[in-house]
Design a binder for this molecule. Structure first.
Ligand code: SF4
Length: 493
């Protein structure tokens, strides 16, 4: 059997005339999950699976899950119900889960004491794996389905640390844009958030490893790199990083000259900016934590040509008492000052944020402070969420989820109305300007393409599929709430 093929062994396989097996991955949640899915795809391809065509059911379906909100988990549960029925029709279908919902790598055939609770509760799934165990996925599959003949077994080293799976060369879904993870886990312990428990303690990848991955991408023509992590700007600062030799220059200040004691994230961005000589055009990062967003990073935005004029800094609430209950460890005034610093240093930059409505104990007055914050800080875009309790978090243990559902809904709509107005007012400032747009997709029905400006504004304009992956100068003619429209500079309208 060739390494590029994967078959089921045994009489059933012959009966079914199986040519080769296909996979699909359903990804939920943040950019980190999308990046992880690219690594899972690489492992599967290396072991002989092929991506299923869009119009065909796959033989292996992997859900890469998100636990941040109950809604995300409910979607997975809902979809899995359909898969139970699909398995009755296609007995060779294998279903697996990874991402934030998984605690222990195991399969339906693992001993009971080693089984993740998901395998006990969800009949449709055959195996689960922690994302950090992606490198051993072939052996997990072999345990889940002993009839699988593994081909082209990947030769990944047994990992020594939780970030080692990031050494897997991803199967990137784009040739001109890439998400590159710089850290895993989180040490901030916001009271509402499950991530520090599902993803574990914060740990950063070695700087050289990230630079090498980015260099390979740029050499192959990648124009835009988005560094991702739960709190990307605290790269290299956690307790685990302080014990790692990879960040000696920062954590052992007496061992090095004071002038070289540069924040790890600053050093990383400086190193990556040098890739502009090879063709890198844009550098982005998400998501940042306000506590670690300081003047050095603001100054770097004004200095590095590749660093895009866009900041995503999650506020979560505009009221100090709510922020304290969330354990965010900053006040609204401190946050406002950071935004003012950034806008002074990078005029014309866009600022986006995350807000949660209806957190435990949020009064009408406290909610009004969040509305005022949105008016005052003029965010270009906001990811609005209604608080949902996550079992295992401090908030679930310590605070009653006492804002009624209908009040959460009313507050969400109120904030969304304000956001629509503010976002439109922000977008109108771009009318008549020319923006550089990296074209991401083509809409054949409208004959238009769309992409993102350096400010991360979504821009649509007339054009064909041949523009995908190119940078275009676009004159903005119209501003809508979530979108700008225009024409390629110098082109007839
Ligand atoms: S910073 Fe807070 S909200 Fe963000 S991942 Fe960490 S604990 Fe969760």
């Amino acid at each position: 059997m060739e390494a590029s093929e994967k078959r089921l062994a045994g009489p059933q396989a012959e009966d079914e005339q199986i040519a080769s097996l296909t996979y699909s991955i359903l990804t939920f949640g943040c950019q980190m999950n999308y990046s992880d899915s690219e690594r899972v795809a690489a492992v599967l391809e290396k072991t002989g699976y092929r991506r299923a065509p869009d119009d065909r059911p796959a033989d292996l379906v992997i859900f890469n899950t998100c636990s941040i909100r109950q809604k995300g988990e409910d979607r997975v549960y809902g979809l899995l119900e359909n898969f139970q029925a699909l398995k009755a029709v296609n007995p060779r279908l294998l279903v697996g889960l990874t991402g934030c919902m998984v605690r222990q790598t195991s399969t339906r055939n693992s001993p009971p004491e080693k089984k993740d609770p998901l395998l006990k509760n969800l009949r449709a799934i055959d195996f689960v794996f922690r994302i950090n165990d992606s490198h051993i996925l072939p052996s997990v599959l072999a345990e889940a389905e002993p009839r699988l003949e593994m081909a082209g077994e990947p030769e990944f080293a047994q990992p020594g640390t939780e970030t080692d799976y990031l050494q897997i060369e991803p199967h990137y879904s784009s040739t001109f844009q890439a998400f590159v993870p710089v850290q895993i886990g989180c040490d901030k312990y916001c009271t509402y958030c499950i991530v520090p428990y599902s993803r574990g303690r914060e740990k950063s990848r070695p700087l050289e490893e990230i630079v090498a991955e980015c260099r390979r991408l740029v050499e192959k023509g990648c124009l835009e790199i988005n560094l991702v992590g739960q709190t990307v700007n605290s790269y290299g600062l956690s307790q685990l990083d302080s014990q790692s030799r990879h960040f000696d220059w920062y954590h052992q200040p007496r061992a090095v000259e004071k002038t070289t004691r540069e924040l790890p994230f600053i050093r990383l961005l400086r190193e990556l900016d040098k890739l502009s000589a090879l063709g890198l055009s844009r550098l982005r990062y998400s998501s940042s934590h306000p506590r670690d967003f300081g003047r050095e990073l603001v100054a770097l935005h004004a200095e590095l040509p590749t660093l895009c004029p866009h900041l995503h800094l999650p506020l979560q609430a505009g009221d100090d008492a709510v922020l304290a209950r969330m354990n965010r460890k900053y006040t609204y005034a401190q946050f406002r000052e950071k935004i003012a610093d950034f806008r002074r240093a990078v005029p014309g930059a866009a600022v986006t944020t995350d807000l949660i409505v209806g957190f435990c104990g949020e009064t009408d007055e406290q909610f009004e402070n969040t509305v005022r914050a949105l008016e005052e800080l003029r965010f270009d875009q906001v990811f609005l969420a209604r608080y949902s309790q996550r079992p295992g978090t401090v908030a679930a243990r310590s605070f009653p989820d006492d804002v009624p559902r209908e009040v959460k809904a009313q507050r969400w709509h109120r904030l969304n109305d304000v956001l629509r107005r503010v976002s439109l007012e922000q977008n109108r400032q771009y009318a008549g300007r020319t923006l550089e747009v990296l074209v991401e997709r083509h809409h054949p029905t409208s004959g238009e393409v769309e992409g993102r400006s350096r400010e991360n504004k979504l821009v649509q304009f007339p054009g064909g599929a041949e523009l995908i992956g190119t940078l275009q100068s676009v004159e903005i003619t119209d501003a809508l709430e979530w979108l700008l429209r225009g024409n390629i500079q110098g082109q007839d309208k």
